[in-house]
Write a protein that binds this ligand. Structure first.
Ligand code: FAD
Length: 414
């Protein structure tokens, strides 16, 4: 891909230089007394969006479509991309509109006539998965094609953040980016089950055994988005905490699918009531370590437990909580975290109904956030919804400020 590097020259940025007062508002035009020296050294935007996943894409596109906001979009690098959840959503099946049936129906209508009979039947038989990375790639392409005059795509990861001059400075790969507003959308990472496989007589604890199944959507991570796939099909929940017990009960109540909870050698830590309900629902609890996964090409057949027992299931649901919330930048900028008492790198960033953190001008959206008054919903709908709320709040603030400047320039009312 032909990634754009940010160009900090005045010639590139129509908001700098001669005549900027008649052009759309830019923080630089009112904050910096001598933008010409500043802008030679740093790239300057109204807004920096950090994160090239679902929430970051939704934020960048919405800001681009508001036209007057100059956006720097830090998409992340190879390492952050690999650990992003958007990379692993193989087939979105819980959303209206994001479905291959729409395109297939349109194509089928345009392939009329006997000469296209084979193409029509191939279309009718096929299923084109729409993955989260397809959405991200499509958004990046759209931004590059249609909005490159106002959005600068930067394919690096922000490593440091600080407050400066009423705005923020982010650093990534030795470059410095400044903006009045920042939207963080850096996501989370799920904790993976470690499976003790035998390698030449030595037990190796390894999560990678699970990945072919996760890629094939036979090992699942989101009951809200993927739970319906298990309807009536034997499913094991992998976990040992209250969350695992709750998810097993929900699978049973909604889909009659949970048949066991595999604690993988850990002591179960759920409540007595949950124990009684699991028993009443006929959900077996197996405490033995998992030593193998049986299946072919990602089709799950069984989990093998120490001692040789085979738990025959077609789905596994991972319920181990979070390995990381990528909250480092939010912490550096002094934003309050949710989940008091949890390890600091597993704590979500606290936001309000607009996606605003407790640090003025700093917003956070997507899987990394929590509101005090709502359950967490780690799903695409919610990531997009809050991205749009945050951009609307930023847009309103920029326009309000611009009106104030315009009124001041017009002078007092007669
Ligand atoms: C296996 C699986 C299947 C799922 N299936 C569904 C589904 O079918 N439907 C559904 O609605 N939801 C599903 N989800 C949930 C969905 O994936 C998430 O809700 C969504 O991806 C959250 O988007 P996000 O942008 O907050 O985070 P992510 O998608 O994780 O994106 C984070 C982004 O931040 C970037 N980043 C991180 N650190 C930095 C940094 N320092 N600087 C710059 N960039 C950085 C990363 O590169 C990445 O681009 C699924 C999740 C999983 C794990």
């Amino acid at each position: 891909m032909n990634w754009m590097r940010p160009d900090s020259s005045e010639a590139h940025n129509p908001l700098h230089g001669e005549g900027h007062r008649s052009r759309p508002f830019c923080w630089c035009t009112v904050r910096a007394q001598s933008p010409e020296t500043w802008c030679e050294r740093v790239s300057k935007f109204d807004l920096i969006v950090v994160g090239g996943g679902i929430a970051g894409s939704a934020a960048a596109l919405r800001a681009a479509q508001y036209e007057h906001i100059r956006v720097g979009w830090l998409l992340g690098d190879r390492i952050t991309t690999k650990r992003s959840r958007s990379q692993w959503v193989a087939n979105i099946d819980n959303m209206i509109g994001i479905h291959d049936g729409i395109v297939r129906a349109k194509l089928a209508r345009s392939l009329r006539g006997a000469e296209f009979a084979d193409a029509r039947s191939a279309l009718a038989d096929g299923h084109e998965h729409i993955a989260a990375r397809d959405i991200v790639r499509n958004t990046v392409d759209r931004v590059k094609e249609s909005y490159s005059d106002r959005v600068t795509l930067i394919k690096s990861a922000a490593t440091e953040a600080s407050a400066a001059d009423g705005g923020f400075v982010l650093r990534a790969e030795e470059e410095e980016y400044r903006a009045r507003f920042v939207v963080l959308a850096t996501g989370v990472m799920d904790r993976q089950p470690l499976i003790n496989r035998d390698e030449g007589g030595e037990a190796i604890a390894d999560a990678s055994w699970i990945f072919p199944y996760a890629n094939r959507e036979t090992v699942l991570y989101c009951i809200r988005c993927e739970g319906h796939l298990t309807s009536g099909i034997p499913t094991a929940v992998l976990g040992h905490g209250e969350g695992a017990a709750q998810l097993a009960m929900m699978l049973h109540e909604r889909y009659q699918s949970a048949c066991s909870v595999l604690t993988n050698g850990e002591a179960a830590s759920w409540s007595d009531d949950s124990s009684r309900l699991l028993q009443a629902y006929g959900i077996a609890v197996r405490p033995e370590p998992i030593t193998g996964v049986d299946g072919a090409k990602g089709d799950l057949q069984a989990f093998v437990l120490e001692g040789g027992a085979r738990i025959e299931v077609r789905f596994g649901l991972v319920a181990l909580g979070l390995h990381r919330v990528y909250n480092d930048l939010a912490r550096q900028l002094g934003a309050e975290l949710a989940d008091p008492g949890a390890p600091v790198d597993e704590r979500h960033v606290l936001i309000d109904a607009r996606g605003a953190t407790t640090t003025p001008g700093l917003f956070a959206v997507g899987d990394m956030v929590k509101r005090a008054d709502e359950p967490v919903m780690k799903q695409i709908y919610t990531a997009q919804e809050y991205a749009v709320r945050a951009i609307d709040a930023i847009d309103a603030q920029i326009r309000t400020d611009r009106r104030r400047v315009t009124l001041a320039e017009l002078g007092g009312a007669e």
